[in-house]
Ligand binder design. Structure first.
Ligand SMILES: NC(=O)c1ccc[n+]([C@@H]2O[C@H](COP(=O)([O-])OP(=O)(O)OC[C@H]3O[C@@H](n4cnc5c(N)ncnc54)[C@H](OP(=O)(O)O)[C@@H]3O)[C@@H](O)[C@H]2O)c1
Length: 329
């Protein structure tokens, strides 16, 4: 399988978002199913495994990833994020978001960053993090200071590459002046466009883009007809019963193009993303080995210009009901 570069870091074209293997987001999940999903992802060719210290209770997600890669560390690129696991006595710095949670709280003060990384290294059972991101810029800490703390970890060999998650173009430029950035991680999919200024800055600076929720939290696979109790998507207005039904209707023209090509709508959504930028790596999450294999296979799909044009025309007419962006653009 071909490689995609995120700055100087080589990845598979499509990675794996591990958030799904912890209870609390897409409902409940047991250990066995989570481990099977992680192994299925690596077996299918996902090299970039994305986790965060804030996924699951008490580092659950990083520990699950650590268990899965114990014997397979050289097969993966481990990416994790910090900021949500605020130490006792440290102040939560709150900020509003549009999506699901209403408000989030981080603490990315530089004095805590080394401790975050050391805890993540223990959770992951490794001696180096390949790609390390502040999960969100801390509204109360100058971003350059947070980034400078990661740069020190890189200097000390605890981290290989700097990533930034949920940033603006201006924040990317400011961070890149402190230390070269390998990748920005942002919400980007057929129903959630990337901020054009951020993509332009990434291109100009040679920075990769890791696309989170590349399947629109499952919607773009065309298989979501309702969302169960205990699933965090119940708090996202695009997934309310009424909006979901309307959105499925409005998405029909894109599903029709997938059917014509003999691929699934989810594969079309991933292949479309891969055509948007030569340095984008989508990180779909799934707890279902057959879905994971299907998603990885999308890396081999080549969409020609005529098909791309038809998809873009259908997307221009696809106006989803409800709010979908985590942060306002
Ligand atoms: N940086 C950030 O702030 C941030 C925020 C959110 C997410 N992320 C990262 O991005 C990753 C992915 O995002 P996400 O989980 O929000 O959304 P996603 O990958 O767009 O969607 C995941 C959902 O799609 C379903 N799915 C996946 N493949 C499928 C297929 N082939 N057919 C049918 N259904 C399929 C999964 O269900 P099944 O399990 O049934 O397959 C799951 O419900 C996360 O795991 C996390 O690593 C980062």
């Amino acid at each position: 399988m071909t490689e995609r570069m995120l700055g100087a870091l080589a990845s598979s074209p499509i990675g794996f978002g591990a958030m799904v293997v912890s209870p609390g987001m897409y409902g409940d999940i047991d250990e066995e199913r989570g481990q099977a999903a992680l192994h299925a992802a690596i077996d299918a060719g996902a090299r970039l495994i994305d986790t965060a210290d804030g996924y699951g209770a008490d580092g659950h997600n990083e520990r699950a990833v650590g268990r899965a890669v114990r014997e397979r560390r050289d097969e993966v690129v481990l990416a994790t994020k910090f900021g949500f696991r605020i130490p006792d006595g440290a102040e939560p710095h709150r900020f509003p978001v549009n999506y699901a949670f209403g408000e989030l709280a981080v603490n990315c003060a530089p004095e805590y960053v080394r401790g975050y990384a050391e805890q993540s290294l223990r959770n992951l059972g490794t001696d180096v993090i390949d790609l390390y991101y502040p999960h969100f810029p801390d509204p109360q800490v100058p971003f350059e200071e947070t980034v400078g703390a990661v740069a020190e970890l890189i200097g000390d060999g605890l981290v290989r590459h700097l990533g930034l998650s949920n940033v603006t173009a201006a924040q990317l430029r400011a961070a890149h002046a402190v230390h070269p950035v390998a990748a920005v991680q942002v919400q980007w999919s057929m129903w959630q466009p990337i901020d054009a200024a951020l993509l332009a800055a990434a291109r100009e600076l040679g920075v990769g883009v890791v696309a989170w929720s590349p399947l629109g939290g499952g919607f773009l696979t065309g298989t979501v007809r309702q969302v169960a109790d205990g699933d965090f998507r119940q708090q996202i207005s695009r997934f309310s019963a009424e909006n979901l039904a309307a959105n499925n209707d409005r998405y029909a023209p894109v599903r029709a193009i997938a059917a014509e090509l003999g691929v699934t709508p989810g594969q079309l959504a991933l292949a479309w993303l891969l055509r948007q930028y030569e340095h984008v790596v989508p990180i779909p999450g799934s707890r279902t080995p057959a879905h994971i294999a299907e998603n990885q296979a999308a890396a081999d799909l080549v969409l020609d210009d005529a098909v791309l044009e038809r998809i873009d025309k259908a997307l221009a007419e696809f106006a989803p009901a409800g709010v979908g962006a985590l942060l306002p653009h």
